[in-house]
Write a protein that binds this ligand. Structure first.
Ligand code: SAM
Length: 343
């Protein structure tokens, strides 16, 4: 068993060089260099591991995994690949959605005995679309320390490469596998001024993208990210309709994340352009209203004016307060962004 107890984890392991020792102390190895495990305080350590490329593991993740009394993981065969790569030999316990209710009391009992328990998933950050949440919840309820060891996650890696806005995003795990329920759930997210991120199995990607296009809008920008950090890493970008067609014609293989950008009206800053325009149009002519709203939102006057014209067309009549022929400050159709704005 590793040296331990209640001290803080060390942050700078001592590197052992020279001839291979016959019986190594518990620790981890990087490119043949062995590092002893630090001491580790008792408690639960959710540890992020790579989502494909084993070089993405964090140094603290290796320290904690090497020092833990036991490692709870989803599939011991999957986790052994990572642990073998870094020469880590600690007891493994399977903890997955099919045995979580049975195994959780045993893991909590180990914590009560003062053990340091690491929790990992098959890939990425535990608790993200796996049963780790219940374990953390109950460990905290029992008064145990929970120390996060952050690292890779497919949802963030996909967001980084998508080209979609990152200031506000909603991650909603896997959508329902039946189209009706999936569309219903998508409908609840449709108006959120945020990028939407979903996990999906590759064989459902095309039909889920078709539902996303139908419910969120065919022209809405999106991305399909697959096999991130791996050999066949690929990110497809385009409108949801284009992505649905692409996934239908060239079904993606491997692991897949689907993303949709915010509703087009709200993408620039999360402001409610229509509401602001309708307010302004109630008291001033269209040209002036467009100028005021463009200034307030930082959008181009041309864009805002076009939206005002659409609103007017949809309403079927000039909004109240607008005098006939009052658009004397209407911008030229080719007016550059911002032209006509009041200083
Ligand atoms: N806990 C993990 C995380 O932090 O990302 C995710 C586990 S979840 C059960 C598995 C799903 O994550 C896959 O079905 C896929 O949607 C996504 N995923 C995992 N690895 C990925 C990768 N390398 N590239 C793209 N998506 C990935």
């Amino acid at each position: 068993m590793a040296q331990r107890r209640p001290d803080e984890p060390q942050t700078s392991p001592r590197q052992e060089t020279g001839p291979e020792p016959r019986e190594r102390s518990p620790g981890y190895s990087i490119d043949g260099a062995h590092f002893p495990a630090p001491t580790l305080a008792p408690g639960l350590y959710p540890v992020a591991t790579p989502i494909g490329n084993l070089a993405d593991v964090g140094l603290r993740a290796l320290q904690v995994l090497a020092a833990a009394d036991l490692i709870a993981c989803e599939d011991t065969r999957v986790s052994r690949v990572l642990l073998d790569r870094y020469g880590i030999r600690r007891p493994l316990v399977a903890y997955h959605e099919h045995n979580a209710a049975r195994e959780r009391p045993r893991l909590l009992a180990a914590l009560t005995l003062g053990k340091a328990v690491a929790l990992i998933s098959d890939a990425g950050t535990p608790l993200i679309s796996d049963p780790g949440y219940k374990l953390v919840e109950e460990a905290l309820a029992d008064g145990h320390a929970v120390t996060p060891i952050p690292g890779a996650s497919a949802l963030l890696a996909a967001l980084l490469a998508s080209g979609l806005p990152t200031d506000a995003f909603l991650f909603a795990g896997f959508l329902p596998s039946k189209s009706g329920q999936r569309r219903q759930k998508l409908g609840r997210f449709a108006d959120l001024p945020a990028t939407l991120v979903f996990y999906e199995s590759p064989h459902r990607a095309a039909e889920t993208l078709a539902d996303m296009a139908a419910v969120l809008g065919a022209d809405r920008p999106g991305a399909l990210a697959r096999e991130l950090t791996k050999r066949f890493e690929e990110v497809r970008r385009g409108t949801l309709a284009e992505l649905a067609a692409s996934a239908r014609d060239q079904p993606p293989r491997g692991e897949v994340v689907l993303l949709a950008g915010p509703p087009i009206d709200k993408a620039a800053g999360g402001d409610d352009l229509d509401a602001m325009l309708l307010d302004a149009l109630a008291t001033m002519p269209m040209g002036r209203a467009a100028g005021e709203v463009a200034r307030a939102t930082g959008r181009s006057r041309k864009e805002v004016y076009a939206r005002a014209q659409t609103l007017k067309a949809v309403a079927g009549a000039a909004p109240s307060g607008e005098a006939d022929g009052a658009d004397d400050d209407e911008p030229r159709p080719d007016a550059p962004a911002g032209e006509g704005e009041t200083p």
